[in-house]
Design a protein around this ligand. Structure first.
Ligand code: PEP
Ligand code: MN
Length: 260
């Protein structure tokens, strides 16, 4: 397999505007969903001050319930691009379908493929035709092998710029939203040359577990973390309970400094 360590021994490094993913540890941060211009502006301004180089924000939201906020769609993409440019930040947002992939690729620096689409092979093949970096999240019921095989779908189409993301899997445990599988990080480091980051926000579902799990992730070799940040998590339109407020984000940064 093209993604395997046997095929390529040295780590893949993905250079995005000078940020070398796979070489330097990165923090990707931002709201779960882009809610408004003021909201994204406020969060991006804070994160820029904190030295964050990659801004996340969902425009198309794959919500568990059809009655939950579905995202600002193209309007969200426009806001993400505009604010990313204003603060000179790299942007990432999710493509939830084949028919929105082109738009996402047009507006965003990194294309995210979410957990629910990890096994959407048509979407994986399509994203493999682009030359933009792709962040591929682990499906919530996928084995490590299935996760790596999903990455193979993208790489085998010609797009080698794949960043893997462990975001927790479904287990019998219900206290946490998912069970964050940190052993997957060390396993994937052995099995593959692709960079792997960890999303402790979706991986736990609880804001106070984000910092300890981020430390754990970096300690066991993750190339970075992706965390949800909101200026007022109680009022967030999605995933407020797992979002860090500004004070908690500053605390995260202090706590992970020794691993960066
Ligand atoms: C996200 O990161 O916005 C997201 C929806 O996460 P996941 O696909 O891991 O559930
Ligand atoms: Mn979310």
């Amino acid at each position: 397999h093209l993604v395997s360590r046997d095929y390529q021994e040295e780590d893949t490094v993905i250079d995005i505007n000078g940020v070398k993913i796979g070489k330097e540890k990165v923090i990707i941060a931002g709201p779960c969903a882009i809610e408004s211009e003021e909201q994204l502006e406020r969060i991006a301004c804070f994160l820029k001050e904190q030295g964050v180089k990659i801004l996340r924000g969902g425009a198309y939201k794959p919500r568990t319930s059809p009655y939950s906020f579905q995202g600002l769609k193209e309007e969200g993409l426009i806001l993400l691009q505009r604010i990313g440019k204003k603060y000179n930040m790299i942007t990432i947002t999710e493509a939830v379908s084949l028919h929105t992939l082109d738009k996402v690729a047009q507006y965003s620096d990194i294309i995210q493929i979410g957990a629910r689409n990890m096994a959407n092979y048509e979407l994986l093949k399509a994203v493999g035709k682009y030359q933009k970096p792709v962040l591929l999240k682990r499906g919530m019921a996928s084995t490590i092998e299935e996760f790596l095989t999903a990455a193979e779908y993208i790489v085998s189409e010609g797009n080698k710029k794949v960043i893997l993301c462990e975001r927790g899997i479904r287990t019998f445990e219900t206290y946490t939203r998912n069970t964050l599988d940190l052993s997957a990080v060390a396993s994937i480091k052995k099995l593959s040359h692709l960079p792997i980051i960890v999303d402790p926000s979706h991986g736990t579902g609880k804001w106070f577990l984000v910092t300890p799990m981020a430390k754990g992730a970096l300690a066991c070799g993750a190339d970075g973390i992706m965390v949800e940040v909101h200026h007022d998590p109680l009022k967030a339109l999605s995933d407020g309970e797992q979002s860090l407020n500004f004070t908690n984000f500053k605390n995260l940064k202090e706590e992970i400094a020794i691993f960066m």
